[in-house]
Design a protein around this ligand. Structure first.
Ligand code: GLU
Length: 510
């Protein structure tokens, strides 16, 4: 049966969205768009103890920044709402009752203390077919007893009654068929009277069904829950509309083994969150890709390739191209190493491919921290960033590379003076000024020809002359091609800088 593609990203607002969650959202989005389907954002907030204020807004803002569009959700609305689980209590109650009435679930009164005591007594205790008849629940108590406890307001839970020794089959679009025996599963809690809310498992299944979700695309950490979810679909009589599963590979540490964690980011100096996060409780600030200077397109491209590949060695993909190319066949089963350097590389590539005038516009706020950008022609700023952009990964680094185009050096690098400014260098620079004065055409190519011709003619040392020249103009011996610099600075400014160099630099004895 062909069903319309409906996918959901279903985060729990328990803190900032982790970069792995962003990838899950991205893959859902790509699959939805590719199939003309619907992308749902569902807020899974049934665990009130883990609720963190601000987390939901953070999720929305992060997805928006990355261009991951949502079709149905709390903000967007839609015909399947509410899209926040804490607002769907009435709905869940109906299905708890259905499972109880059908004998597929039962009420349990065991207190946390009683459960702890059991765990102490019985090694590897699991609440399941082998133990449930020795516990305090509606299977072992009379109906009157159960009712009177409930009437008295006794806290209880509803547990799923799992029949042992059945094969449970999960067909996964990435992993293929996974079969497990139901005996290993425990009678999961589906509902808690304490807050009159279902647990993740029941809410998730009920909503996927009612929201007509066709594909469940989520991280591998949820694979162990999938057999239970399959059983719940069956118990509720919904097998025919069970979604197809696709469990995405884990994001792994850049070094060593195991899952990528916030600590890895702290340890190795990279963000694991899309946006900066200010923890409302502790006040701690965690860095984000946006604030670290990443372009959203670069983050999307980087994440897309962590767990998926196009089947060849292409690496640069826009969101639209990803929508066309994405496929589960090319998702890997193996975890994807989080190669942070690669993330930087993507950012570099995207910045390099940006037209210079656009790059100048993003650079403007950084420039404004040092000079008044209005003192410079838009074209001048664009040409300056164009000359240095190959040397940076982040826009903020442009100042370090291009600052000398906006502020003449007032200090000169000592190590370069030591190496390049000898007695007599000032005289050479005076001659150079003469040569430059004589130029009518100050273009890069022409001034290069003339200056190099002059050096050759006098048999001067090319490296010494050019580096001393650079030292006066840039303040140190680095930067783009010298004559591209002087063309942009212009004759007057170039000569003024050489003069200032002559007056201010003195040789340092070794
Ligand atoms: N609420 C779960 C989470 O936080 C959803 C898992 C799922 O997609 O089923 O990731």
């Amino acid at each position: 049966m062909e069903r319309p593609v409906r996918v959901r990203f279903a985060p729990s607002p328990t803190g900032p969205l982790h970069i792995g969650g962003v990838r899950t959202a991205l893959y859902n989005y790509l699959f939805a768009r590719q199939n003309g389907g619907t992308m749902i954002l569902r807020i899974e907030d049934t665990d009130s103890t883990r609720f963190v204020p601000g987390a939901e807004d953070y999720i929305n803002e992060a997805l928006q920044w990355l261009g991951i569009g949502i079709d149905e959700g709390v903000r967007e609305g839609g015909n399947y709402g509410p899209y926040k689980q804490s607002e769907r209590r009435d709905i869940y109650r109906r299905y708890v009752k259905q499972l109880l009435d059908a004998g597929r679930a039962y009420i349990a009164f065991d207190t946390p203390e009683e459960l702890d005591a059991k765990r102490q007594q019985v090694p590897n205790f699991q609440y399941d077919a082998s133990t449930r008849m020795s516990m305090r629940n509606s299977l072992t108590m009379s109906a009157e007893e159960v009712q009177s406890l409930i009437d008295a307001g006794t806290k209880h839970v509803v547990r799923f009654k799992i029949e042992p020794d059945h094969d449970v089959v999960v067909d996964d679009l990435i992993r293929g068929r996974v079969t497990i025996n139901s005996t290993v599963l425990d009678d999961k809690v589906l509902y808690k009277s304490a807050d009159d809310l279902p647990t993740y498992h029941l809410a998730n299944i009920v909503d996927d069904h009612l929201m007509e979700v066709s594909h469940v695309i989520r991280g591998e950490e949820w694979l162990p829950s999938a057999p239970l979810h399959v059983l719940l679909y069956q118990a509720l009589g919904w097998e025919d509309t069970m979604p197809q599963f696709a469990h995405l590979p884990l994001l792994l540490k850049p070094d060593g083994k195991g899952k990528l964690s916030k600590r890895d980011g702290d340890r190795l100096g990279f963000p694991v969150f899309p946006l900066e996060w200010h923890d409302p409780k502790s006040g701690d600030v965690s860095s984000g890709y946006r604030e670290a200077g990443y372009l959203p397109q670069a983050v999307v491209n980087f994440l897309a390739l962590l767990g998926w590949n196009p089947g060849d060695d292409r690496e640069m993909f826009t969101l639209d191209q990803l929508v066309k190319e994405f496929s589960f066949e090319h998702c890997s089963k193996k975890g994807a190493k989080f190669d942070y350097e690669k993330g930087k590389w993507f950012n570099h590539e995207y910045l390099m491919n940006m037209p210079d005038d656009e790059l100048a516009t993003v650079f403007r706020p950084v420039l404004a921290q040092h000079v008044n950008p209005d003192d410079f022609d838009a074209d001048y700023i664009a040409r300056a960033v164009g000359l240095v952009k190959s040397r940076m990964n982040f826009v903020r680094e442009l100042w370090d590379q291009a600052g000398f185009f906006f502020v003449a050096p007032t200090a000169y690098a000592e190590k370069d003076i030591r190496k390049r400014w000898k007695p007599g260098t000032d005289e050479l620079m005076r001659q150079l000024i003469e040569v430059l004065q004589g130029l009518d055409d100050f273009s890069s190519k022409h001034s290069e020809d003339v200056v190099l011709g002059w050096i050759k003619e006098h048999e001067y040392h090319m490296g010494n002359v050019m580096n001393a020249f650079r030292l006066t103009v840039v303040g140190e011996c680095r930067g783009p091609h010298m004559f591209d610099i002087t063309e942009l600075l212009g004759k007057q400014e170039t000569i003024a800088r050489i003069e200032r160099g002559i007056n201010n630099i003195t040789p340092i004895d070794a």
